[in-house]
Design a protein around this ligand. Sequence first.
Ligand SMILES: C[S@@+](CC[C@H](N)C(=O)[O-])C[C@H]1O[C@@H](n2cnc3c(N)ncnc32)[C@H](O)[C@@H]1O
Length: 262
Amino acid sequence: MTEQAWLPHGVDAHTPTDARVHDYALGGKDNYAVDRRYAQKLLAALPAIGRPAVENEKFAQRAIRSLLSTGVRQFLEIGCGLPRRPDVHDMTGPEARVVYVDYDPVAVVHFQAVLSGNGSAAAIHADVTRPGQILSHPLVTEFIDFEQPACLLMTYLFQLITDEDDPARILREFREALAPGSHLVLSHATHEGMSPAQAEALYEIFEELREPVTLRGRDEIGRLFDGFELLDPGLVFAPEWRPDRPYPTPTEMVLAGVGRKR
Ligand SMILES: C[S@@+](CC[C@H](N)C(=O)[O-])C[C@H]1O[C@@H](n2cnc3c(N)ncnc32)[C@H](O)[C@@H]1O
């Protein structure tokens, strides 16, 4: 994407946004120079920690495959970011229903373009801090039957939600709408395993991002699964969740888990 004069309403090409930085970190092309400069600075500060965006994506794919094998056929992905291959609908096939949600207009416009003519997947622009607006959105109620088990995907999202916006309250509102047997796939950036100096250096870089970032610890992240039973192997660094290949040392920075609503 180039910094052309024409930009969709609400798109700021002068401040890095998480969705576009994440796209760059995953090798995507839907980002601006300002996002690439920020991402390079961030990745340079992370060599000891690994490649969190990549390990997070691989975790999400393993979790989706694992749930598909148990018969899950409805997916609501919030904080979906920009399209990447394979996305959830590429993995599920047309018999499943998928709704993508993001508050970044660039992410949503790209998903809507990719999904044009697709009768089993849709993308909407909405903010996770307002669960009621998502749960009552006409496309969500058309695609997702909340009387039946569904999968709520919230990967690498909640570090962008401040304590003020109360992640536990957000999760509670979504959990209450889900049928028993539904799943929560969640990953979160963490300061576990970092020295205070490393964390401080990262927070200095995060200052430039449009969204404030809050790294959280294992206990706080674990509490986001309240009301869900964590499936094996529990809340672990992303590469440790049901690995399908050997890894030398776990990439730190991302804690990940899958819970099942009781
Ligand atoms: C790090 S990316 C993760 C993308 C994808 N879930 C993944 O795991 O690869 C976080 C995404 O969350 C979105 N996001 C941040 N705050 C949000 C909010 N309040 N409501 C909806 N989406 C949000 C960002 O725009 C970005 O696309």
